[in-house]
Design a protein around this ligand. Structure first.
Ligand code: TEU
Ligand code: CA
Length: 545
Protein backbone atom coordinates (compact mmCIF):
# COMPACT_ATOMS: atom_id res chain seq x y z
CA UNK A 1 0.00 0.00 0.00
CA UNK A 2 1.22 3.47 -0.87
CA UNK A 3 1.80 5.72 2.11
CA UNK A 4 2.70 9.08 0.64
CA UNK A 5 -0.62 10.81 1.43
CA UNK A 6 0.23 13.76 -0.76
CA UNK A 7 -3.43 14.74 -0.54
CA UNK A 8 -2.91 16.02 2.99
CA UNK A 9 -1.01 18.91 1.45
CA UNK A 10 -3.37 19.40 -1.47
CA UNK A 11 -6.06 21.91 -2.27
CA UNK A 12 -8.81 20.49 -4.45
CA UNK A 13 -10.80 22.52 -6.98
CA UNK A 14 -14.21 21.21 -7.97
CA UNK A 15 -15.35 21.62 -11.56
CA UNK A 16 -18.96 21.22 -12.62
CA UNK A 17 -18.15 20.62 -16.28
CA UNK A 18 -21.46 21.79 -17.74
CA UNK A 19 -20.92 25.24 -16.31
CA UNK A 20 -17.17 25.73 -16.41
CA UNK A 21 -16.12 26.60 -19.97
CA UNK A 22 -17.74 25.88 -23.31
CA UNK A 23 -15.36 25.39 -26.24
CA UNK A 24 -17.69 24.76 -29.18
CA UNK A 25 -20.56 27.19 -28.81
CA UNK A 26 -23.28 24.71 -27.88
CA UNK A 27 -23.78 26.50 -24.57
CA UNK A 28 -22.55 23.57 -22.47
CA UNK A 29 -19.17 23.42 -20.81
CA UNK A 30 -16.89 20.61 -21.96
CA UNK A 31 -13.52 18.93 -21.48
CA UNK A 32 -11.63 20.95 -24.13
CA UNK A 33 -12.98 24.02 -22.30
CA UNK A 34 -11.48 22.75 -19.06
CA UNK A 35 -8.12 22.12 -20.74
CA UNK A 36 -8.14 25.71 -22.00
CA UNK A 37 -8.47 26.96 -18.41
CA UNK A 38 -5.81 24.79 -16.77
CA UNK A 39 -3.36 27.67 -16.68
CA UNK A 40 -5.85 29.73 -14.71
CA UNK A 41 -6.10 26.92 -12.15
CA UNK A 42 -2.34 26.59 -12.07
CA UNK A 43 -2.17 30.31 -11.32
CA UNK A 44 -4.65 29.84 -8.47
CA UNK A 45 -2.32 27.16 -7.16
CA UNK A 46 -4.60 24.17 -6.70
CA UNK A 47 -3.16 20.74 -7.37
CA UNK A 48 -6.19 18.48 -7.71
CA UNK A 49 -9.32 18.86 -9.81
CA UNK A 50 -12.46 16.96 -8.88
CA UNK A 51 -14.64 16.72 -11.95
CA UNK A 52 -18.37 16.20 -11.52
CA UNK A 53 -19.53 13.37 -13.84
CA UNK A 54 -18.62 13.49 -17.53
CA UNK A 55 -19.54 9.89 -18.32
CA UNK A 56 -22.12 8.98 -20.93
CA UNK A 57 -25.48 9.91 -19.50
CA UNK A 58 -29.01 10.88 -20.49
CA UNK A 59 -28.50 13.86 -18.13
CA UNK A 60 -31.64 13.39 -16.08
CA UNK A 61 -29.61 14.53 -13.05
CA UNK A 62 -26.85 16.33 -14.99
CA UNK A 63 -24.64 13.29 -15.32
CA UNK A 64 -25.25 11.71 -11.90
CA UNK A 65 -27.21 9.15 -13.92
CA UNK A 66 -24.56 7.19 -15.82
CA UNK A 67 -25.41 4.99 -18.79
CA UNK A 68 -21.83 4.00 -19.61
CA UNK A 69 -19.09 4.21 -16.99
CA UNK A 70 -16.38 3.64 -19.55
CA UNK A 71 -17.21 6.41 -21.95
CA UNK A 72 -17.47 10.18 -22.01
CA UNK A 73 -20.72 11.87 -22.93
CA UNK A 74 -20.43 13.45 -26.41
CA UNK A 75 -21.73 16.66 -24.82
CA UNK A 76 -18.46 16.88 -22.88
CA UNK A 77 -16.09 15.47 -25.50
CA UNK A 78 -14.44 12.12 -26.09
CA UNK A 79 -12.43 9.59 -24.18
CA UNK A 80 -9.32 10.96 -25.84
CA UNK A 81 -10.22 14.48 -24.62
CA UNK A 82 -10.39 13.01 -21.13
CA UNK A 83 -7.00 11.36 -21.56
CA UNK A 84 -5.63 14.66 -22.78
CA UNK A 85 -7.03 16.42 -19.73
CA UNK A 86 -5.25 13.93 -17.48
CA UNK A 87 -2.00 14.47 -19.40
CA UNK A 88 -2.28 18.25 -19.55
CA UNK A 89 -3.18 18.35 -15.87
CA UNK A 90 -0.23 16.18 -14.92
CA UNK A 91 2.10 18.44 -16.92
CA UNK A 92 1.08 21.25 -14.59
CA UNK A 93 1.23 19.15 -11.44
CA UNK A 94 -2.56 18.88 -11.31
CA UNK A 95 -4.19 15.52 -10.72
CA UNK A 96 -7.66 14.76 -12.03
CA UNK A 97 -10.23 13.12 -9.77
CA UNK A 98 -13.47 11.78 -11.25
CA UNK A 99 -16.87 11.40 -9.65
CA UNK A 100 -17.78 7.79 -8.96
CA UNK A 101 -21.54 7.36 -8.94
CA UNK A 102 -21.80 3.77 -7.81
CA UNK A 103 -24.91 3.82 -5.65
CA UNK A 104 -27.07 3.92 -8.77
CA UNK A 105 -26.77 4.00 -12.53
CA UNK A 106 -29.00 5.41 -15.23
CA UNK A 107 -32.03 3.36 -16.26
CA UNK A 108 -30.46 3.55 -19.71
CA UNK A 109 -27.33 1.68 -18.60
CA UNK A 110 -26.99 -1.64 -20.45
CA UNK A 111 -27.15 -3.47 -17.10
CA UNK A 112 -30.55 -2.03 -16.34
CA UNK A 113 -31.82 -2.54 -19.86
CA UNK A 114 -30.89 -6.22 -19.50
CA UNK A 115 -32.20 -6.46 -15.95
CA UNK A 116 -35.58 -5.16 -17.05
CA UNK A 117 -35.76 -7.80 -19.75
CA UNK A 118 -35.19 -10.45 -17.11
CA UNK A 119 -31.64 -11.38 -18.21
CA UNK A 120 -30.61 -13.62 -15.29
CA UNK A 121 -27.07 -12.24 -15.14
CA UNK A 122 -28.13 -8.63 -14.76
CA UNK A 123 -31.46 -8.86 -12.98
CA UNK A 124 -29.72 -8.93 -9.58
CA UNK A 125 -27.55 -5.93 -10.42
CA UNK A 126 -30.52 -3.88 -9.20
CA UNK A 127 -33.00 -4.05 -6.35
CA UNK A 128 -36.36 -5.55 -7.27
CA UNK A 129 -39.45 -6.45 -5.28
CA UNK A 130 -42.21 -8.64 -6.58
CA UNK A 131 -45.80 -7.59 -6.16
CA UNK A 132 -48.59 -5.78 -7.91
CA UNK A 133 -48.66 -2.25 -9.35
CA UNK A 134 -51.18 -1.13 -6.75
CA UNK A 135 -49.08 -2.16 -3.74
CA UNK A 136 -45.84 -0.28 -3.23
CA UNK A 137 -43.31 -2.38 -1.24
CA UNK A 138 -42.90 0.16 1.56
CA UNK A 139 -42.88 3.83 2.48
CA UNK A 140 -39.25 4.64 1.51
CA UNK A 141 -39.03 8.08 -0.09
CA UNK A 142 -36.74 9.22 -2.87
CA UNK A 143 -34.40 12.12 -2.20
CA UNK A 144 -35.92 14.01 -5.12
CA UNK A 145 -39.49 13.46 -3.91
CA UNK A 146 -42.09 10.72 -4.20
CA UNK A 147 -41.78 7.03 -3.47
CA UNK A 148 -38.38 5.36 -3.79
CA UNK A 149 -40.10 2.47 -5.59
CA UNK A 150 -41.15 2.47 -9.23
CA UNK A 151 -43.30 -0.17 -10.84
CA UNK A 152 -41.71 -1.44 -14.01
CA UNK A 153 -44.16 -2.78 -16.60
CA UNK A 154 -41.56 -4.69 -18.55
CA UNK A 155 -40.09 -6.43 -15.53
CA UNK A 156 -43.44 -6.80 -13.79
CA UNK A 157 -41.81 -5.75 -10.55
CA UNK A 158 -40.83 -2.75 -8.42
CA UNK A 159 -37.31 -1.34 -8.49
CA UNK A 160 -35.67 0.90 -5.93
CA UNK A 161 -34.44 4.42 -6.76
CA UNK A 162 -33.30 6.61 -3.88
CA UNK A 163 -32.98 9.51 -6.36
CA UNK A 164 -34.92 9.97 -9.61
CA UNK A 165 -36.81 7.19 -11.40
CA UNK A 166 -34.08 7.29 -13.97
CA UNK A 167 -31.48 6.44 -11.30
CA UNK A 168 -32.16 2.82 -10.26
CA UNK A 169 -30.10 1.74 -7.23
CA UNK A 170 -27.40 -0.84 -7.83
CA UNK A 171 -27.51 -3.97 -5.70
CA UNK A 172 -24.30 -4.05 -3.69
CA UNK A 173 -25.27 -7.40 -2.20
CA UNK A 174 -24.43 -8.91 -5.57
CA UNK A 175 -20.68 -9.70 -5.73
CA UNK A 176 -20.72 -9.91 -9.54
CA UNK A 177 -22.03 -6.34 -9.72
CA UNK A 178 -19.44 -5.13 -7.23
CA UNK A 179 -16.59 -6.72 -9.13
CA UNK A 180 -17.80 -5.28 -12.42
CA UNK A 181 -17.59 -1.86 -10.77
CA UNK A 182 -14.10 -2.55 -9.40
CA UNK A 183 -12.90 -3.53 -12.87
CA UNK A 184 -14.23 -0.25 -14.21
CA UNK A 185 -12.59 1.72 -11.39
CA UNK A 186 -9.23 0.06 -12.08
CA UNK A 187 -9.65 0.69 -15.80
CA UNK A 188 -9.92 4.42 -15.08
CA UNK A 189 -7.13 4.47 -12.51
CA UNK A 190 -4.82 2.78 -14.99
CA UNK A 191 -5.28 5.84 -17.18
CA UNK A 192 -3.46 7.89 -14.56
CA UNK A 193 -6.40 9.36 -12.73
CA UNK A 194 -5.70 10.98 -9.37
CA UNK A 195 -8.64 9.38 -7.59
CA UNK A 196 -12.37 9.46 -7.04
CA UNK A 197 -15.05 11.34 -5.19
CA UNK A 198 -17.67 8.76 -4.24
CA UNK A 199 -21.20 9.98 -4.70
CA UNK A 200 -23.50 9.10 -1.73
CA UNK A 201 -21.22 6.22 -0.77
CA UNK A 202 -23.00 6.00 2.58
CA UNK A 203 -26.06 4.50 0.84
CA UNK A 204 -24.46 1.41 -0.69
CA UNK A 205 -25.10 -0.72 2.40
CA UNK A 206 -28.85 -0.05 2.36
CA UNK A 207 -31.40 -2.60 3.56
CA UNK A 208 -34.58 -1.29 1.96
CA UNK A 209 -36.89 -3.80 3.65
CA UNK A 210 -35.78 -2.49 7.04
CA UNK A 211 -36.00 1.12 5.81
CA UNK A 212 -32.23 1.47 6.28
CA UNK A 213 -30.57 3.68 3.67
CA UNK A 214 -27.44 5.42 5.04
CA UNK A 215 -24.94 3.57 7.24
CA UNK A 216 -26.28 0.08 6.57
CA UNK A 217 -24.81 -3.00 8.26
CA UNK A 218 -22.46 -4.01 5.42
CA UNK A 219 -21.45 -0.50 4.33
CA UNK A 220 -17.89 -0.57 5.63
CA UNK A 221 -17.38 -4.12 4.47
CA UNK A 222 -18.16 -2.96 0.90
CA UNK A 223 -16.00 0.14 1.17
CA UNK A 224 -13.08 -1.95 2.46
CA UNK A 225 -13.51 -4.42 -0.36
CA UNK A 226 -13.62 -1.68 -3.00
CA UNK A 227 -10.58 -0.08 -1.43
CA UNK A 228 -8.62 -3.32 -1.45
CA UNK A 229 -9.69 -4.38 -4.94
CA UNK A 230 -9.16 -0.99 -6.54
CA UNK A 231 -8.09 2.09 -4.58
CA UNK A 232 -5.17 0.57 -2.71
CA UNK A 233 -3.57 -0.58 -5.92
CA UNK A 234 -2.94 3.03 -6.89
CA UNK A 235 -1.50 6.17 -5.28
CA UNK A 236 -4.71 8.20 -5.24
CA UNK A 237 -7.06 10.32 -3.17
CA UNK A 238 -10.60 9.17 -2.40
CA UNK A 239 -13.33 11.20 -0.78
CA UNK A 240 -16.78 9.91 0.10
CA UNK A 241 -19.92 12.00 0.15
CA UNK A 242 -21.68 11.20 3.42
CA UNK A 243 -24.55 13.36 4.64
CA UNK A 244 -25.23 11.13 7.61
CA UNK A 245 -21.75 10.40 8.92
CA UNK A 246 -20.75 11.42 12.41
CA UNK A 247 -17.15 11.34 13.62
CA UNK A 248 -17.40 7.63 14.47
CA UNK A 249 -18.24 6.72 10.89
CA UNK A 250 -15.67 9.21 9.62
CA UNK A 251 -12.94 7.48 11.61
CA UNK A 252 -13.73 4.23 9.83
CA UNK A 253 -13.88 5.79 6.38
CA UNK A 254 -10.69 7.81 6.80
CA UNK A 255 -8.69 5.46 9.03
CA UNK A 256 -4.96 6.20 8.68
CA UNK A 257 -4.25 2.60 7.68
CA UNK A 258 -5.86 3.43 4.34
CA UNK A 259 -8.25 0.49 4.55
CA UNK A 260 -11.19 2.54 3.25
CA UNK A 261 -10.93 6.07 1.83
CA UNK A 262 -8.74 9.13 2.27
CA UNK A 263 -11.52 11.26 3.75
CA UNK A 264 -15.22 12.07 3.61
CA UNK A 265 -17.36 15.14 3.15
CA UNK A 266 -19.37 15.59 6.32
CA UNK A 267 -22.23 18.10 6.15
CA UNK A 268 -23.01 18.96 9.76
CA UNK A 269 -21.96 22.60 9.39
CA UNK A 270 -24.01 22.88 6.21
CA UNK A 271 -27.12 21.41 7.85
CA UNK A 272 -26.78 23.41 11.08
CA UNK A 273 -29.60 25.76 10.07
CA UNK A 274 -31.94 23.14 8.56
CA UNK A 275 -35.39 22.47 10.02
CA UNK A 276 -37.91 19.62 9.72
CA UNK A 277 -38.31 20.72 6.11
CA UNK A 278 -34.61 20.15 5.62
CA UNK A 279 -32.86 22.79 3.59
CA UNK A 280 -36.10 24.19 2.21
CA UNK A 281 -36.88 25.99 5.44
CA UNK A 282 -33.91 27.23 7.44
CA UNK A 283 -33.16 29.05 10.65
CA UNK A 284 -30.63 31.85 10.54
CA UNK A 285 -27.08 30.52 10.55
CA UNK A 286 -25.67 30.25 14.05
CA UNK A 287 -21.91 30.76 13.81
CA UNK A 288 -21.33 29.74 17.38
CA UNK A 289 -22.96 26.39 16.60
CA UNK A 290 -21.02 26.11 13.35
CA UNK A 291 -17.72 26.74 15.15
CA UNK A 292 -18.60 24.10 17.74
CA UNK A 293 -19.31 21.63 14.94
CA UNK A 294 -16.01 22.38 13.21
CA UNK A 295 -14.10 22.16 16.49
CA UNK A 296 -15.70 18.81 17.25
CA UNK A 297 -14.59 17.44 13.88
CA UNK A 298 -11.09 18.89 14.25
CA UNK A 299 -10.70 17.25 17.64
CA UNK A 300 -12.37 13.95 16.86
CA UNK A 301 -10.42 13.14 13.72
CA UNK A 302 -7.06 14.34 14.95
CA UNK A 303 -4.54 11.52 14.49
CA UNK A 304 -7.21 8.94 13.64
CA UNK A 305 -8.80 10.28 10.49
CA UNK A 306 -8.73 13.20 8.10
CA UNK A 307 -11.13 16.07 7.44
CA UNK A 308 -12.24 17.67 4.22
CA UNK A 309 -12.91 21.40 4.44
CA UNK A 310 -15.58 23.14 2.35
CA UNK A 311 -18.41 25.66 2.36
CA UNK A 312 -20.07 24.83 -0.93
CA UNK A 313 -20.30 22.46 -3.89
CA UNK A 314 -22.51 21.85 -6.91
CA UNK A 315 -25.50 20.95 -4.69
CA UNK A 316 -25.28 23.94 -2.37
CA UNK A 317 -25.96 27.64 -2.64
CA UNK A 318 -22.96 29.92 -3.17
CA UNK A 319 -20.87 30.16 0.00
CA UNK A 320 -20.81 33.94 0.12
CA UNK A 321 -24.60 34.12 -0.25
CA UNK A 322 -25.33 31.39 2.28
CA UNK A 323 -22.77 32.22 4.97
CA UNK A 324 -21.49 35.69 4.19
CA UNK A 325 -22.89 38.93 2.84
CA UNK A 326 -23.41 38.88 -0.91
CA UNK A 327 -24.06 42.63 -0.93
CA UNK A 328 -22.02 45.33 0.77
CA UNK A 329 -19.36 43.03 2.24
CA UNK A 330 -19.19 40.46 -0.52
CA UNK A 331 -15.43 40.71 -0.96
CA UNK A 332 -14.64 40.84 2.76
CA UNK A 333 -17.00 38.04 3.72
CA UNK A 334 -15.88 35.76 0.88
CA UNK A 335 -12.29 36.19 2.04
CA UNK A 336 -13.11 35.64 5.69
CA UNK A 337 -15.06 32.45 5.04
CA UNK A 338 -12.10 31.18 3.05
CA UNK A 339 -9.57 32.10 5.71
CA UNK A 340 -11.53 30.35 8.44
CA UNK A 341 -11.78 27.11 6.43
CA UNK A 342 -8.29 27.02 4.96
CA UNK A 343 -6.55 27.39 8.30
CA UNK A 344 -8.13 24.23 9.73
CA UNK A 345 -6.61 20.76 9.61
CA UNK A 346 -7.77 18.83 6.55
CA UNK A 347 -7.92 19.11 2.79
CA UNK A 348 -9.64 22.27 1.51
CA UNK A 349 -12.02 22.13 -1.46
CA UNK A 350 -12.76 25.18 -3.59
CA UNK A 351 -15.89 25.06 -5.74
CA UNK A 352 -15.64 26.76 -9.15
CA UNK A 353 -16.36 30.47 -8.87
CA UNK A 354 -15.98 30.45 -5.09
CA UNK A 355 -12.50 31.87 -5.63
CA UNK A 356 -14.18 34.84 -7.36
CA UNK A 357 -16.80 35.35 -4.67
CA UNK A 358 -19.55 34.39 -7.12
CA UNK A 359 -23.03 34.79 -5.64
CA UNK A 360 -26.45 33.18 -5.87
CA UNK A 361 -28.59 34.29 -8.78
CA UNK A 362 -32.33 34.94 -8.90
CA UNK A 363 -35.14 32.80 -10.29
CA UNK A 364 -38.38 34.65 -11.01
CA UNK A 365 -40.62 31.73 -11.83
CA UNK A 366 -40.67 27.93 -11.76
CA UNK A 367 -39.98 27.78 -15.52
CA UNK A 368 -36.55 29.27 -14.93
CA UNK A 369 -35.63 26.44 -12.56
CA UNK A 370 -33.55 23.74 -14.25
CA UNK A 371 -32.61 21.36 -11.46
CA UNK A 372 -34.59 18.14 -11.07
CA UNK A 373 -34.45 18.36 -7.26
CA UNK A 374 -35.90 21.89 -7.16
CA UNK A 375 -38.48 21.09 -9.80
CA UNK A 376 -39.71 18.03 -7.94
CA UNK A 377 -39.68 19.91 -4.64
CA UNK A 378 -41.68 22.72 -6.15
CA UNK A 379 -44.36 20.17 -6.89
CA UNK A 380 -44.08 18.28 -3.61
CA UNK A 381 -44.07 21.33 -1.31
CA UNK A 382 -47.05 22.62 -3.28
CA UNK A 383 -48.92 19.51 -2.24
CA UNK A 384 -48.03 20.29 1.35
CA UNK A 385 -49.74 23.65 0.95
CA UNK A 386 -46.76 25.94 0.36
CA UNK A 387 -47.64 28.93 -1.79
CA UNK A 388 -45.80 29.55 -5.02
CA UNK A 389 -44.05 32.56 -3.40
CA UNK A 390 -42.86 30.45 -0.49
CA UNK A 391 -41.55 27.78 -2.80
CA UNK A 392 -39.75 30.26 -5.05
CA UNK A 393 -38.25 31.88 -1.94
CA UNK A 394 -36.94 28.48 -0.84
CA UNK A 395 -35.44 27.79 -4.25
CA UNK A 396 -33.91 31.26 -4.32
CA UNK A 397 -32.39 30.62 -0.91
CA UNK A 398 -30.96 27.19 -1.50
CA UNK A 399 -31.73 25.60 -4.90
CA UNK A 400 -28.90 23.74 -6.57
CA UNK A 401 -29.00 25.88 -9.71
CA UNK A 402 -27.19 28.72 -7.92
CA UNK A 403 -23.98 26.72 -7.99
CA UNK A 404 -24.55 25.81 -11.60
CA UNK A 405 -24.68 29.17 -13.34
CA UNK A 406 -21.66 29.54 -15.63
CA UNK A 407 -18.28 30.57 -14.32
CA UNK A 408 -17.81 34.29 -14.87
CA UNK A 409 -14.59 34.63 -16.83
CA UNK A 410 -14.83 38.20 -18.14
CA UNK A 411 -17.24 41.04 -18.84
CA UNK A 412 -18.04 40.13 -22.45
CA UNK A 413 -21.39 38.64 -23.40
CA UNK A 414 -22.18 35.46 -21.46
CA UNK A 415 -19.18 36.18 -19.29
CA UNK A 416 -16.81 34.47 -21.70
CA UNK A 417 -18.40 31.12 -20.87
CA UNK A 418 -19.80 30.44 -24.34
CA UNK A 419 -20.16 31.91 -27.81
CA UNK A 420 -23.63 30.37 -27.96
CA UNK A 421 -26.61 30.38 -25.63
CA UNK A 422 -25.71 29.08 -22.19
CA UNK A 423 -27.77 26.08 -21.01
CA UNK A 424 -28.54 28.10 -17.86
CA UNK A 425 -28.40 31.90 -17.77
CA UNK A 426 -25.26 33.61 -16.58
CA UNK A 427 -25.66 35.53 -13.32
CA UNK A 428 -26.29 39.15 -14.39
CA UNK A 429 -23.58 40.37 -12.01
CA UNK A 430 -20.81 39.02 -14.29
CA UNK A 431 -19.82 42.47 -15.51
CA UNK A 432 -18.68 43.29 -12.03
CA UNK A 433 -17.70 39.85 -10.74
CA UNK A 434 -15.41 37.99 -13.12
CA UNK A 435 -12.02 36.33 -13.28
CA UNK A 436 -10.48 38.80 -15.71
CA UNK A 437 -11.02 41.67 -13.29
CA UNK A 438 -9.63 39.70 -10.37
CA UNK A 439 -6.60 37.74 -11.49
CA UNK A 440 -4.25 40.74 -11.52
CA UNK A 441 -5.92 42.67 -8.69
CA UNK A 442 -4.04 42.09 -5.42
CA UNK A 443 -7.14 43.02 -3.42
CA UNK A 444 -9.45 40.55 -5.14
CA UNK A 445 -11.08 37.46 -3.72
CA UNK A 446 -9.07 35.47 -6.28
CA UNK A 447 -5.78 36.87 -4.98
CA UNK A 448 -6.80 36.08 -1.43
CA UNK A 449 -7.51 32.43 -2.30
CA UNK A 450 -4.22 32.31 -4.14
CA UNK A 451 -2.41 33.57 -1.05
CA UNK A 452 -4.21 31.09 1.22
CA UNK A 453 -3.29 28.22 -1.07
CA UNK A 454 0.30 29.47 -1.26
CA UNK A 455 0.46 29.52 2.53
CA UNK A 456 -0.37 25.78 2.56
CA UNK A 457 2.51 25.21 0.15
CA UNK A 458 4.99 27.42 2.01
CA UNK A 459 7.74 25.13 3.33
CA UNK A 460 7.78 27.26 6.49
CA UNK A 461 4.11 26.64 7.27
CA UNK A 462 3.10 23.51 5.43
CA UNK A 463 3.85 21.22 8.35
CA UNK A 464 2.01 23.44 10.82
CA UNK A 465 -1.06 23.55 8.62
CA UNK A 466 -1.01 19.82 7.93
CA UNK A 467 -0.07 18.40 11.32
CA UNK A 468 -0.24 21.26 13.81
CA UNK A 469 -2.49 21.11 16.87
CA UNK A 470 -5.78 22.96 16.77
CA UNK A 471 -6.78 25.17 19.70
CA UNK A 472 -10.11 26.97 19.52
CA UNK A 473 -9.92 30.38 21.15
CA UNK A 474 -13.21 32.21 20.70
CA UNK A 475 -15.66 29.38 20.15
CA UNK A 476 -18.23 30.76 22.57
CA UNK A 477 -18.27 34.17 20.95
CA UNK A 478 -21.34 34.82 18.85
CA UNK A 479 -19.57 36.40 15.88
CA UNK A 480 -15.80 36.25 16.29
CA UNK A 481 -13.67 33.23 15.57
CA UNK A 482 -10.14 32.43 16.54
CA UNK A 483 -7.94 29.40 16.63
CA UNK A 484 -4.28 28.56 16.86
CA UNK A 485 -2.38 25.92 14.91
CA UNK A 486 0.95 24.95 16.40
CA UNK A 487 3.81 22.56 15.71
CA UNK A 488 7.41 22.37 16.90
CA UNK A 489 7.35 25.75 18.58
CA UNK A 490 5.72 27.53 15.65
CA UNK A 491 2.24 28.99 16.08
CA UNK A 492 -0.17 30.36 13.54
CA UNK A 493 -3.15 32.37 14.68
CA UNK A 494 -6.35 32.72 12.66
CA UNK A 495 -8.97 35.21 13.81
CA UNK A 496 -11.89 37.08 12.36
CA UNK A 497 -15.40 38.39 12.43
CA UNK A 498 -18.32 36.55 10.84
CA UNK A 499 -20.58 39.60 11.10
CA UNK A 500 -21.13 42.91 9.39
CA UNK A 501 -20.70 44.79 12.70
CA UNK A 502 -17.50 46.17 14.17
CA UNK A 503 -16.52 44.17 17.26
CA UNK A 504 -13.85 44.80 19.89
CA UNK A 505 -11.90 42.12 21.66
CA UNK A 506 -9.43 42.58 24.53
CA UNK A 507 -6.02 41.75 23.07
CA UNK A 508 -5.20 39.42 25.94
CA UNK A 509 -7.93 37.03 24.76
CA UNK A 510 -5.59 36.01 21.93
CA UNK A 511 -2.12 34.51 22.35
CA UNK A 512 1.16 36.06 21.22
CA UNK A 513 3.13 39.00 22.51
CA UNK A 514 3.75 40.14 19.00
CA UNK A 515 1.87 39.13 15.90
CA UNK A 516 3.37 39.13 12.46
CA UNK A 517 0.69 39.42 9.83
CA UNK A 518 0.68 36.82 7.04
CA UNK A 519 -2.64 37.46 5.38
CA UNK A 520 -5.40 39.89 6.07
CA UNK A 521 -8.65 41.21 4.69
CA UNK A 522 -8.08 44.84 5.75
CA UNK A 523 -4.29 44.92 5.43
CA UNK A 524 -3.44 45.33 9.14
CA UNK A 525 -4.48 44.27 12.61
CA UNK A 526 -6.20 47.28 14.08
CA UNK A 527 -5.74 47.87 17.77
CA UNK A 528 -7.09 50.60 20.05
CA UNK A 529 -5.66 50.65 23.54
CA UNK A 530 -6.19 47.22 25.05
CA UNK A 531 -8.48 46.09 22.27
CA UNK A 532 -8.27 44.54 18.86
CA UNK A 533 -10.91 46.01 16.59
CA UNK A 534 -12.48 43.64 14.10
CA UNK A 535 -14.15 45.52 11.29
CA UNK A 536 -17.07 44.00 9.34
CA UNK A 537 -16.05 40.55 8.12
CA UNK A 538 -12.43 41.29 8.93
CA UNK A 539 -10.07 38.39 9.41
CA UNK A 540 -6.37 37.73 9.41
CA UNK A 541 -3.75 35.08 9.86
CA UNK A 542 -0.65 35.88 11.86
CA UNK A 543 2.45 34.28 13.27
CA UNK A 544 2.60 34.42 17.06
CA UNK A 545 5.99 35.57 18.28
O1 TEU B 1 -25.97 14.23 -3.80
C1 TEU B 1 -26.51 13.49 -2.73
C2 TEU B 1 -27.72 13.99 -2.16
O2 TEU B 1 -28.20 13.39 -1.21
C3 TEU B 1 -28.37 15.18 -2.73
O3 TEU B 1 -29.68 14.88 -3.05
C4 TEU B 1 -28.30 16.23 -1.73
O4 TEU B 1 -28.98 15.83 -0.57
C5 TEU B 1 -28.96 17.45 -2.20
O5 TEU B 1 -28.50 17.77 -3.47
C6 TEU B 1 -28.60 18.59 -1.27
O6 TEU B 1 -29.18 19.70 -1.70
C7 TEU B 1 -25.24 13.54 -4.75
C8 TEU B 1 -24.76 14.50 -5.81
O7 TEU B 1 -23.86 15.40 -5.24
C9 TEU B 1 -25.94 15.16 -6.44
O8 TEU B 1 -25.57 16.14 -7.37
C10 TEU B 1 -26.76 14.08 -7.10
O9 TEU B 1 -27.94 14.63 -7.60
C11 TEU B 1 -27.12 12.95 -6.14
O10 TEU B 1 -26.00 12.53 -5.37
C12 TEU B 1 -27.59 11.74 -6.90
O11 TEU B 1 -26.52 11.18 -7.59
CA1 CA C 1 -19.69 22.59 -25.40
Amino acid sequence: MKQTKWWKDSVVYQIYPRSFQDSNGDGIGDIPGIISRLDYLKELGIDVIWLSPVYRSPQDDNGYDISDYRDIDPMFGTLSDMEELIREGNKRGIRIVMDLVANHSSDEHAWFVEARKGNPKYRDYYIWREGTPDQVPNALRASFGGSAWEWDEQAGAWYLHLFSKKQPDLNWENPAMRHDLYDMINWWLDKGLGGFRLDVVELIGKVPDRMITANGPRLHEYVKEMSKEAFQKHDIVTVGETWNAGPEEAKLYSAPDGSELSMIFQFEHICQSHTQFGKWKQNPKDFRAIKHIMTKWQNELRGCGWNSLFWDNHDLPRAVSAFGDEGKYRVESAKTLALYMHGLQGTPYVYQGEELGMTNTHFNSPDEVMDIESRNMYHELGELGWSSEERMAAINMTGRDHARTPVQWDDTENAGFTQGTPWIPVNPNYREINAKAQVRDPGSVFSFYKALIALRRDPGWRDVLRDGTYTPLLDDDEHLFGYARALNGKTLLFAGNFSGEEIRLPQKRLPGERRELLLSVYGEIRTEGEDIVFRPYESWAAVCL
